[in-house]
Design a protein around this ligand. Structure first.
Ligand code: PHE
Length: 500
């Protein structure tokens, strides 16, 4: 760590000024609100943009390819958090990382806002993947920096921040969806421009308010590269980059690098990266015996989180296409836009998060252990898929179903999300060895990245004919895994040393 101590950082942040929380939380809250607004606004229409016919303003891609792209894209967006975390830790500090990330994201949305070219479409993905990797994990970790370790407002601070995420995720599909999809005459590019404007506002909030509100937070480079390391690393990165670029070019030229192969490679990375992470942490001499035991306990939790996010994230892919093609969208004289369904998950999170927080407080010592909460997460996720299977069971696969089935499914998955997601983040920070604590945010992001990589692999299995088997098998698998986890929970708990 450089010359500035953690205490000096906390002292430099005005400790009041945002709902009784440090003023810096205002800056972080709104930066992340607008970033999520742009991300989820874009995602709410992107899937339709890809598979709608050119005559409807879309790209006319095959639907199952579009669903795979959504997942592989989502996976890369969170995988790149490793790069973003590393750059912040060793090169420019979190604050600059957030700024550069925001700029890249905005450029990415601008690229999508320009009509006409598939290469702009891919350029936009690269920009948003790198930009989100720089911004999201780093803005989240600054939240931790503005409180002193003893401050008991800390957990509440993270909950308020989580509200910011979901408020952005709730409003964006409504606003962007309304502008972009207007029965028959779609204007997707206008929608993407709104996403770009959202990110621009976020950047302005960040730049204008950070000096006053964040003080020294985010300005310190924790573990700066030594000059001799610099040269070595930059050479390795440059060589690696050139080698990969050449391989990709050859692959494209010769036709060997097909999309299915690319999906396989990313899915493989989605599993390889966390496994290597665990091995490195486990074998590191800096990891103590107690920490090693904690790591063993973390493995089943990691796997459970992957299963959970695999289902939760299909809310923006498979269920989004279900909303579009299988659901009655004219109801009580209103016409609902399919993109609106994307607002349900964040809406339920906002409404229910306080209920769950209150429930845990009320249960106090009687509340379920961390592994048991994860088990509940899986049970609810599984149920949310079984529920969506029922209408086709009753009505056949060809009739349009009531939107209320989808609403119910999104509701149930959120019950699971609130058992697993907030607990998961804090368990990650507690279970990761101290020497690796700076990277724990990216470790948690990898649960989601691995899940979406797997989703990209399985998306082609979904079609209207296979939907019952599809939802049944995946939902069933999650429930079985949940039951196993529930049973072995005490064993896992016994490996978690000094953590309740
Ligand atoms: N809804 C979550 C968010 O936007 C999705 C997520 C979960 C992302 C876990 C990263 C890690 O923050």
């Amino acid at each position: 760590m450089a010359d500035i101590t953690k205490k000096e950082i906390v002292d430099s942040v005005p400790q009041k000024g945002f709902f009784g929380h440090p003023k810096g939380l205002f800056t972080l809250f709104f930066t992340e609100f607008w970033e999520r607004f742009s991300y989820y606004g874009m995602r709410a229409i992107l899937v339709y943009y890809m598979y709608y016919e050119v005559s409807q303003g879309g790209l006319g891609l095959d639907q199952s390819l579009a669903l795979s792209i959504m997942s592989i894209y989502g996976s890369l967006v969170y995988m790149s958090g490793i790069i973003g975390g590393w750059l912040a830790d060793r090169v420019f500090g979190t604050s600059k990382a957030v700024f550069y990330g925001g700029v890249l994201i905005m450029l990415g949305h601008i690229a999508l806002a320009i009509p006409g070219s598939v290469s702009l479409f891919f350029a936009s993905m690269v920009l948003i993947v790198l930009g989100t990797g720089l911004l999201k994990p780093n803005v989240s970790s600054v939240v931790g920096d503005i409180y002193s370790p003893e401050d008991n407002r800390r957990d509440a601070g993270f909950s308020i921040f989580y509200m910011g995420i979901n408020l952005g995720g709730f409003l964006a599909p409504l606003v962007v969806g309304s502008v972009a999809m207007d029965n028959g005459s779609n204007n997707f590019h206008l929608g993407f421009s709104l996403a770009a404007i959202g990110m621009l506002i976020g950047l302005i909030v960040f730049v204008v308010s950070k000096k006053k509100n964040l003080g020294l937070a985010g300005t310190v480079v924790n573990n700066p590269l030594a000059p001799h390391e610099k040269k070595k690393i930059f050479t390795t990165v440059a060589v690696g980059f050139v080698v990969i670029a050449i391989l990709v070019l050859i692959g494209i030229q010769t036709g060997t690098l097909t999309f299915p192969l690319f999906v396989n490679i990313i899915a493989f990375l989605g599993i390889l990266i966390p496994v290597s992470y665990f091995i490195v942490m486990f074998r590191s001499p800096k990891t103590t015996a107690v920490e090693r035991s904690n790591l063993v306990a973390y493995i089943p939790l990691f796997i459970a989180a992957v299963m959970f996010w695999a289902i939760q994230e299909q809310g923006s892919t498979i269920l989004a296409s279900y909303a579009d093609t299988r659901t009655q969208l004219e109801i009580f004289g209103f016409s609902i836009k399919p993109a609106f369904f994307q607002s349900l998950n964040p809406l339920f999170v906002i409404l229910l998060a306080p209920v769950f927080a209150g429930l845990w407080v009320k249960l106090g010592g009687r509340q379920p252990s961390v592994p048991r909460k994860f088990a509940f997460g899986l049970l609810f996720a599984g149920l949310s898929f079984l529920v969506i299977l029922l209408p086709s069971y009753f009505g056949g696969e060809n009739s349009l179903v009531s939107p209320l089935w989808l609403v119910l499914s999104y509701f149930i998955v959120v019950l699971g999300e609130l058992c697993l997601s907030p607990v998961g983040l804090s368990a990650t920070t507690k279970l990761a060895p101290a020497a690796f604590s700076a990277q724990t945010m990216s470790l948690w992001f990898l649960t989601n990245a691995a899940a979406q990589a797997i989703n990209a692999l399985i998306a082609p299995l979904y079609s209207e004919e296979t939907e019952m088997v599809y939802f049944g098998v995946i939902g069933g698998a999650s429930i079985v895994l949940g039951i196993i986890l529930f049973i072995i929970a005490p064993k896992i708990q016994s490996y978690m040393k000094g953590i309740k």
